[in-house]
Design a protein around this ligand. Structure first.
Ligand code: ADP
Ligand code: MG
Length: 347
């Protein structure tokens, strides 16, 4: 009796297991969510399923394809990889043309265009100072202020006027052999654009891509309403200050509250003012920029963070950019936005 009961039980169990595995085989969640890590942070991709176009095998292969796209961006532009194109260029102590990939050249060209529009607040040649302040690759966080003479010496390497870029053939050139460039201010945004391109090329119309807070969204979510993007309160409360409705646009935010060091009870941001070599020190806690390209939104967000609230607001109005600023005023936050930004705000 015990044997027979055990026998039937095992048949029922294997039947249930079989049924269950059939179920998971058929199910692809909606939206289909892919998580991973890249560029020292995390990414999330959400895709509203379209069963008529895509098989389960297709969805299963997608994470590998996304990781490959991001890996290539890192191979080109990460200063955290010793043998990336950018690292080899940085250690290339020569002033001749240096051949690079098209994407690398395109990102540098975009950074230089944003520099020109922001009075060089965005300056990708500020890398030696980023590293001196301990925000670069392989550096321990500082516990005392760097030497002011060293800041002054390294400032002599800074200046995008000493950098030349061409797209045909893609190559880059520096006027000072020791110049060192850092694309961290714009690379996450570019990564978002590349992943979004992959999904668009695959004929997806409804998706959202996010890398470390920089986002691009297209179409609608799985509930068939527009994608909603929240902008965080710039402190540890994890609150949400604004909710945006985004379709076919990217949103990038730079802030002084997430990546900083503290020396003698003073906070020093990872955003460096290329004119002084010092971390920015003002009351602009967070800047959000909306643009069709995430790379451009990301670059402008960093530039505005350097310029401070007043200059940023004026410039954003002049450039007719959708920009939202949160300014710290004692224990309060004061918000400013351009007219163009209001079109995206739902709450
Ligand atoms: P986050 O979105 O995490 O705030 P950002 O997009 O603002 O980051 O980029 C900050 C990074 O850009 C820094 O860690 C540094 O590597 C680099 N950086 C700092 N200051 C500047 C600057 N003035 N111009 C260009 N890049 C900068
Ligand atoms: Mg940026």
């Amino acid at each position: 009796m015990t044997i027979r009961f055990g026998f039937f039980l095992s048949i029922i169990l294997s039947f249930l297991i079989l049924l269950n595995s059939c179920n998971t085989e058929k199910q692809v969640e909606d939206p289909f969510v892919i998580n991973g890590s890249t560029m020292g942070t995390y990414y999330t991709v959400k895709i509203v399923k379209n069963d008529s176009l895509f098989t389960k095998e297709y969805y299963e292969s997608l994470k590998n394809r996304i990781d490959s796209v991001l890996y290539i961006v890192n191979r080109q532009m990460s200063t955290y990889m010793e043998d990336s194109e950018i690292s080899i260029f940085n250690s290339f102590q020569d002033t001749g043309w240096f051949p690079i990939s098209y994407d690398f050249a395109y990102v540098v060209k975009t950074a230089l265009d944003i520099s020109a529009k922001t009075d060089t607040a965005l300056d990708i040649s500020v890398g030696p100072l980023v590293n001196l302040w301990g925000f670069g690759p392989g550096k321990d966080r500082l516990n005392k202020l760097p030497d002011s003479l060293e800041i002054k010496n390294l400032l002599s390497l800074v200046g995008i006027g000493n950098l030349d870029i061409r797209l045909k053939p893609p190559s880059i050139k520096k006027a000072i052999p020791e110049m060192y460039i850092d694309l961290s201010s714009i690379a996450k945004g570019f990564g978002v654009d590349k992943v979004s391109e992959l999904l668009t090329d695959d004929n997806h119309n409804n998706f959202m891509v996010e890398i470390g807070g920089e986002v691009f969204a297209r179409g609608s979510n799985h509930l068939n309403s527009p994608w909603k993007i929240g902008i965080s309160t710039p402190n540890e409360t994890m609150g949400i200050k604004k909710i945006l409705s985004i379709d076919n646009f990217a949103v990038a935010t730079s802030g002084d509250y997430r990546n900083f060091i503290s020396i003698d009870n003073k906070i020093y941001s990872h955003t460096i003012d290329p004119r002084t070599g010092w971390p920015i020190r003002h009351n602009l806690a967070s800047v959000t920029v909306i643009h069709s390209k995430c790379m451009v939104a990301d670059g402008f967000a960093t530039a505005f963070e350097v310029l401070g609230a007043e200059r940023s607001l004026k410039l954003a109005e002049k450039l007719k950019l959708p920009v939202y600023l949160i300014v710290r005023d004692d224990n309060e936050f004061i918000e400013y936005m351009t007219q163009e930004f209001t079109n995206f705000v739902i709450e």
